[in-house]
Design a protein around this ligand. Structure first.
Ligand code: BTN
Length: 269
């Protein structure tokens, strides 16, 4: 139980291609960094489609917008997955969506914790209208001269068995599945469920079926008053929906609809 090593995980893995190859490295700088380096070596990049790297501890874990991602050894699910989608670059956010959906479904299959998503990449729980982050997705892609996404590393970090005292301090409230659900969660079972749901959603997307509707249903952001920070600029308004690529549609007080591609979203009470 809770064993993430290759010998423990591979016999239980039900996927066709995600997690093949699978690597467990007890301590690493960042699983995203390792897979990015490997993908950059053109010789084996083809075979790496679906490769997964899992760790128990990252010394230089990274989040979006250059933030640090920290977790004490053995308390989180930390992994990266290499995909070679060959999608238009504008469709990159689909990878964040399917990873968020896969994480939500895997968590809900194993716990009593109802999961929401916050645009663009947060996984968490709404507790009395206050967003509590449980995890996040970090997609780092490389776009070819043809404008298509050649390869992408999808990093997922979930706060699983951290006690309240072990939770990292953040700008938004954070929690863990243990704190929110009151029970320890088997990280191996969570990993297996996540990879299975990820394969499902990716295969659905590859045949052209958009994950946007399922994603939007879980997005706590929609219908809320939000503030979007983009560098020094802050835009306030109502999040009215997302477009086909997953960009946020924000309506400001003058009724203008703004399309937001990237940024930090704060939900107003
Ligand atoms: C975020 O919420 O900003 C995204 C966090 C993503 C963290 C994961 S942990 C595994 C992978 N390796 C990293 O360095 N980051 C991602």
């Amino acid at each position: 139980m809770d064993d993430l090593t290759k010998t423990a995980v591979l016999p239980q893995l039900k996927t066709k291609w995600i997690g093949r190859p699978y690597a467990y490295i007890e301590t690493i700088t960042s699983t995203n960094d390792l897979l990015k380096q490997r993908a950059a070596k053109a010789s084996d990049a083809e075979q790496l489609h679906g490769a997964v790297v899992v760790t128990d501890y990252q010394s230089q874990g990274r989040g979006r917008l250059g933030r640090r991602w920290q977790a004490l050894p053995g308390t989180a699910l930390l992994l990266s997955l290499l995909l070679r989608p060959d999608w238009p670059a504008a469709q990159s956010l689909w990878l964040t969506m399917i990873a968020g959906l896969a994480a939500a479904e895997a968590i809900e299959a194993l716990t009593v914790v109802p999961i929401s998503l916050k645009w663009p990449n947060d996984v968490g729980i709404d507790i009395d209208g206050i967003w509590h982050k449980v995890g996040g997705v970090l997609v780092e892609g490389s776009v070819g001269a043809n404008g298509r996404l050649q390869s992408a590393v999808v990093g997922m970090g979930l706060n699983v068995n951290m006690t309240a005292a072990q939770l990292p301090a953040g700008i938004t409230p954070v929690t863990s599945l243990l704190v929110a659900g009151g029970e320890m969660v088997d990280r191996q079972a969570l990993l297996l469920a996540f990879l299975a749901r990820m394969e499902h959603w990716y295969e659905t997307a590859v045949v052209g079926k958009s994950p946007v509707a399922a994603w939007q249903k879980r997005l706590i952001t929609i219908g809320r008053e939000v503030q979007v920070s983009q560098g020094d600029e802050v835009l306030g308004g109502t999040a009215v929906g997302v477009d086909q690529w997953g960009q946020l549609r924000l309506q400001t007080a003058d009724s203008t609809i703004h399309t937001i591609t990237a940024g930090d979203v704060t939900l107003r009470a």
